[in-house]
Ligand binder design. Sequence first.
Ligand SMILES: [Fe+2]
Ligand SMILES: [Fe+2]
Length: 193
Amino acid sequence: MLGLKLPTDPRWVNIVEKNIDEILTDHAYCEQKAASTAISLIVSFPEYSELVEEMIALSREEMGHFKMVHDRILARGEKLGRDRKDEYVVQLLKFFPKGGSRTTQLIHRLLYAGLIEARSCERFRLLSEQLEDKELADFYHKLMVSEASHYTMFLKFARKYGAIEEVNSKWQDLLIYEAEIMKNLGTSETIHG
Ligand SMILES: [Fe+2]
Ligand SMILES: [Fe+2]
């Protein structure tokens, strides 16, 4: 699914289920960061008008997701906790060399964003299929559907603005690298952990 090389161990859902409050807080920040990523792409690459248009829409949609998760936290009588460090993202960033041309930097940021969307989508799908709480499972099903189109959008832009063969081979290398990171994850109640 989604080209990912290593599926998440379904036992991760059992860990999540023991601490729904924790996953919701972590998830809320994933949505906020997705919106922030969209905004920072606008600021860094304003001359790519088609990208800017899509990022405006995406930042709104991701903040809509943020609100959906935040509402859920409030409905549980809780408050949004502090942001958690995302070890997955820290590791993922190490794949990309610093510097390079402006186009190279754009391609890297698009592939990075696309991969996080793809993995999040895979995790949401797992939650939608395995959670005992059917209402929460349904919530994740809806999010899974929208995240799937985000991953393809980022890849589409990478292929549009970069040399297609180079982009495809970089994407494949990134998928292999990501699978290595994932071998040590799937053990905590966070969306990427
Ligand atoms: Fe989202
Ligand atoms: Fe997304």
